[in-house]
Design a protein around this ligand. Structure first.
Ligand code: NAI
Ligand code: MG
Length: 326
């Protein structure tokens, strides 16, 4: 069956790393039909809209989307795109690679972050000059959906269980509901869990990341703690992510448009190529996905490398080296 893949490079280095990832996918000859669409600052300058309706519709109907990055309009682009695929979980692996200068080279974590609610539900008010408020939304249904995904994830990928990271000692209603719902689903599925308060997690993961494996957390905690983990593995430039919905998904590097190097042809394509490997796995191309992971890891270890990793190779050189190793 042909899978339709929406390709949305966006702005800045998105225009460099997204084609690199498509080239890697094409080299594997999967049965994919690529359809490219525009989003971001450049299309907003032209048309007044950062996310044209046709781009939204494409992401909402394609089997999977590969997104690069958007500049100042990032929030106007990525939040609706995640909604277009009805993404309820953001999967963020944070893994240190051999040969990369990492603060904690032993780090190998997977964050499963709730992707629709919490403090990002958009209920903020300015009541008076002095007072602003934010309403935090946690639902049983969204927590259940996340927990069911987490149970399948640990079973399918041979993990022992997962850690539930929360702050239910203070946010008793919202994180209490989150913790109890996720734990309940895990218990029903015979999946082992442990619980860690999110502030304690921040310290413990820095001191000894190996005590954690799969981490399930509410939206804001997942955003912040996965960026913290990015620091442990050598920065944002290598981190992929997947926004998974019930019927489709969107894959993107964690990094942005890197305006300081955009246009120079030296952006590191690894994060986007690893995101493409996650896309392959999502669509059932497990063997091809493994081949991409292996080729990227070998290239990170032995070179060539882009300047952010201390090398002097271009995006094109690194992409060609990865394709050679496939
Ligand atoms: P950034 O991730 O674009 O860049 C941070 C630093 O990391 C820069 O020094 C950059 O050169 C470097 N970097 C990032 N990715 C790299 C790569 N693949 N290869 C080599 N070096 C890389 O974050 P920043 O500077 O905070 O944001 C720049 C723009 O990107 C802003 O307009 C922001 O709104 C947007 N942004 C978009 C995101 C998205 O579309 N999902 C996510 C984050 C930021
Ligand atoms: Mg973030």
């Amino acid at each position: 069956m042909t899978h339709e893949i929406a390709v949305i490079p966006g702005d800045g280095i998105g225009q460099e790393v997204t084609p690199a990832a498509v080239e890697v996918l094409e080299a594997l000859e999967p049965d994919f039909a690529f359809v490219e669409a525009e989003a971001g600052d450049a299309v907003k300058d032209e048309t007044g809209e950062a996310l044209p309706q046709e781009t939204y519709d494409l992401a909402a109907s394609a089997d999977a989307t590969l997104f690069g990055a958007a500049g100042d309009t990032a929030a106007d682009v990525i939040l609706p795109l995640r909604e277009a695929v009805d993404s309820f979980v953001n999967v963020r692996p944070a893994k240190a690679y051999p040969g990369i200068d990492a603060v904690r080279p032993e780090t190998d974590l997977i964050f499963l972050r709730e992707n629709t609610e919490g403090v990002y539900a958009g209920h903020e008010d300015r009541l008076t000059q002095d007072v602003s408020t934010l309403t935090r939304v946690v639902t049983e249904s969204a927590s259940e959906r996340l927990a069911e995904f987490a149970c399948d994830y640990v079973a399918g990928d041979d993990h022992d269980g997962f850690s539930i990271v929360h702050k239910a000692n203070v946010m008793r209603e919202t994180d209490g509901l989150f913790r109890d719902t996720v734990k309940g689903v895990a218990d029903e599925n015979g999946v082992e869990t442990d619980q860690v308060l999110m502030d304690a997690f921040a310290t413990r993961v820095c001191l000894d990341p190996e005590q954690f494996d799969v981490v399930v957390c509410p939206n804001l905690a997942g955003d912040v703690l996965s960026d913290l983990a990015a620091g442990l593995v050598g920065g944002l430039g290598l981190l992929p992510s997947a926004n998974i919905g019930p019927d489709r998904a969107l894959f993107e590097p964690v990094h942005g448009t890197a305006p300081d190097i955009a246009g120079e042809g030296v952006a590191n394509p690894a994060a986007t190529i690893i995101s493409a490997a996650m896309l392959l796995e999502y669509l059932g191309y497990d063997d091809e996905s493994d081949r991409v992971h292996t080729a990227v890891e070998a290239t990170l270890e032995d070179g060539p490398r882009t300047p952010d990793l201390g090398g002097d190779a271009s995006t094109v050189d690194v992409t060609a080296a990865i394709i050679d190793r496939l």
